[in-house]
Unconditional design. Structure first.
Length: 131
């Protein structure tokens, strides 16, 4: 499976980011703590959404291997200053979107969404992959 484009919203260190992936290979280079591993984790979340559309891909041991959902640790945080103290807040609507061109004029798009940090991954935008 090749993903052409990856879009992240409020995912870890990225408020909003878009990555075009190369036709044959993509090389990710950057300083420490700048998001290289975050991009790989986002690709893992995106692939988990794609596999939801493949019949029988989530059975037995395979389910454990590919069951990568969004969780509270993936949600971008920001600091809020209230009079005497600084608190950490979570951004809402953390999402990972992926795009794939399968034929000349046909493309696939799916999104996995976590509306709030203590919620569950919304896979509704992955259902069209089953068709």
């Amino acid at each position: 499976m090749k993903i052409d484009k990856l879009c992240l919203t409020h995912f870890r260190c990225f408020e909003k980011a878009e990555f075009e992936l190369g036709e044959r290979m993509t090389l990710i280079i950057g300083d420490n703590a700048k998001g290289k591993t975050t991009i790989l984790d986002a690709l893992s979340v995106a692939m988990g959404g794609f596999l939801l559309g493949v019949p029988n891909s989530y059975v037995g041991e395979t389910k454990k291997a590919f069951d990568r959902n969004l969780h509270a640790g993936d949600v971008q945080r920001y600091f809020l200053r209230n009079r005497e103290k600084i608190t950490t807040e979570f951004r809402e609507n953390c999402s990972v979107e992926a795009y794939r061109t399968v034929a000349k004029h046909t493309s696939l798009h799916w999104r996995r969404l976590l509306k709030k940090a203590e919620g569950h991954t919304n896979n509704d935008h992955c259902r069209k992959l089953k068709d």
